[in-house]
Design a protein around this ligand. Sequence first.
Ligand SMILES: C[S@@+](CC[C@H](N)C(=O)[O-])C[C@H]1O[C@@H](n2cnc3c(N)ncnc32)[C@H](O)[C@@H]1O
Length: 386
Amino acid sequence: MIEAHSKETVVRQRYAAGAKERADKLCCPVDYNSEYLKVIPREVIERDYGCGDPSRYLLEGEIVVDLGSGTGKICFIAAQIVGPKGKVIGIDMTDEMLEVARRNAPIVAERIGYMNVQFRKGRIQDLALDLELLDRQLKQSPIADAASFLDADELAEELRCKHPLIASDSVDVVVSSCVLNLVEPKSKRQLFDEIFRVLKKGGRAVISDIVSDEELPEEMQNDPELWSGCVSGALTEEGFLTAFASAGFYGIQILKRDVNPWRTVQGIEFRSVTVEAFKGKQGPCLECNQAVIYRGPFKEVLDDDNHRMERGKRYAVCDKTYNLYKKVPYREFFEFVDPLVDVPLAEAKPFDCSRTALRHPKETKGQDYDATTEANNTCCDGGSCC
Ligand SMILES: C[S@@+](CC[C@H](N)C(=O)[O-])C[C@H]1O[C@@H](n2cnc3c(N)ncnc32)[C@H](O)[C@@H]1O
């Protein structure tokens, strides 16, 4: 039986060794875009312990945080995708991993012609606490007794507030490859909350991780070898998606799921999935007389706010939902009906988002609307109708 705190120690020790010398069992094969690998030094590529490539979903100019960045491969790929206008921050708690990543950062920068990557020391379930700042302060006033231990706790809290490792609402995309499973169960909830905290409104998480197809028996969860080998800490594939939803994310979807398991242990399959989830549902719900029509192909859908919408029917939505549905990942599934006369947000009344309501066409056109028009000969994509 291993205790929660020693699970983290086991992980740190195993990846400290993995930073110095390649460890075979710690990774599952990933198909990276070879173009981006050309500028990355061999020791970084060799010490690849990932299980997916979230970097392929990034866009130019984005600010990216990579959780558990290891020797930095995903960060160095991301640096090239986001370009000089973007920025990439790798977070890892293992000094040996940070050493390799930091030593190679200037080499990659020289090859691509700009430096937009930094590596910071922290625990991914506590993205506010800069462990190097804490290290420095504790060197000046080491913990010697219970009183100084309590002082250190206060100091950590002060650092979180005044000098956060990653500030709230500051990141466009949080990515990670094969790390979330390594966080002890009691901190998993906090981990997803932290990902949510650091993202900007409208930002997204794109996370590759190992998931299991069944719940894990307790003996397996307490096996240190399986734990640090990305097996025992895996969430179930359903639990992984639920964790995003519980933290307040919306638009959650599986972008990639390996058909073949990476490992099977006692009949339980472990495979890599990549999941995307968005932040940005927060804010007031206002009535601007907009409507959406679910296009299908399913007979009905249920959204993250429990609105159940049947195919082809017009539904009333608040202005916030209307605008969210106009973006990825929803826009291809809906038709959008604007009101004939815009309702300025400053004049909009509150909208009750807790119910699902149909929208009569008269509500978008106006109750007095009684226009009669001639056939519109340029209605269909500029061609002639009928
Ligand atoms: C399986 S490796 C993945 C490394 C990298 N993402 C890759 O694709 O090669 C896990 C990495 O996460 C780091 N790590 C594990 N748990 C962590 C935690 N709670 N906080 C910060 N880093 C952590 C380890 O030090 C290690 O570098």
